[in-house]
Design a binder for this molecule. Structure first.
Ligand code: DGT
Length: 239
């Protein structure tokens, strides 16, 4: 049981003076005390203050009131200070800029890419290639493909990428599916396709192989590819 649930149960069901510290209560207290950042130290200060404030007779009511104050009046944006019963004891209200307490943590926006990649079949085998030893997903095996450019259709992007990488344009047979994956610095939607050679054999490179589905475990692939393998295991690998 987490601290939050434990405090809620102890105070509401057993009338014990444990202050609840959910997100709403932390915000309300940060505003009352004028705390800009919810650092560990400030959270300890908040807890200390709540322990002093909490009603001995009705700790459950106190906790519920604090949580509701946060949920119904002391909103993260546009708090309804006019309706707040403790407006007079609030540092943030006094400051004229209640929203600045606590300061909102700006989430860094990470880019999202649409990625297309193809399993190019030659009889019962498909083509894989090894990524370079430097950079993202270094040394892992992958299917030829890459990022879709602005305004480009998925299938055109797939034909373009494979032609660039393998020196031959494939025939696109069927879409396997799309899966989402988040890396630390960007996220992708990965569209996988069954493809086949179009007369011209695709160019083998130093680090490329033709393998069967039952060999995939022998080659390390990026996480996104494992999600694609799960799809293929469900729907069957054959086209
Ligand atoms: P770049 O173009 O310098 O950004 O180089 P890459 O290879 O990192 O990027 P690109 O354009 O090939 O984009 C593919 C992204 O998708 C890359 O971040 C790796 C990831 N990925 C995961 N699995 C696969 C796969 O099977 N094939 C391909 N081509 N990319 C995959």
């Amino acid at each position: 049981m987490g601290d939050y649930t434990a405090a809620a149960v102890l105070s509401i069901a057993f009338q014990q003076s444990y202050p609840v510290m959910d997100g709403n209560v932390k915000r309300v207290m940060a505003r009352i005390l004028g705390l800009k950042n919810l650092t560990k130290r400030n959270l300890i200060r908040i807890q200390g203050r709540l322990k002093k404030l909490i009603s001995i007779e009705k700790p459950g009511d106190f906790n519920q009131a604090m949580m509701e104050l946060g949920a119904k009046i002391c909103f993260p944006k546009n708090p309804n200070c006019g309706k707040c019963p403790i407006q007079k004891s609030c540092y943030a209200f006094d400051s004229g800029s209640p929203e600045s307490y606590p300061a909102l943590i700006k989430k860094e926006k990470i880019p999202h890419y649409e990625i297309v990649a193809g399993l190019i079949w030659r009889k019962e085998k498909f083509y894989i290639q090894k990524r370079g030893e430097k950079g993202m997903l270094a040394g892992l095996w992958e299917f030829p493909g890459g990022k879709v450019e602005n305004g480009e259709s998925l299938e055109n992007a797939l034909r373009r990428e494979i032609t660039e990488e393998c020196g031959a344009t494939p025939i696109i047979l069927k879409k396997i599916g799309a899966i989402k994956h988040a890396y630390t610095h960007f996220s992708i939607t990965f569209h996988g396709y069954h493809c086949q050679e179009n007369g011209t054999p695709i160019r083998n490179r130093e680090f490329s192989k033709w393998i069967q589905p039952n060999q995939i475990d022998a080659f390390p692939f990026p996480k996104a590819n494992h999600k694609l393998f799960s799809l293929l295991n469900e729907q069957g690998w054959d086209v």
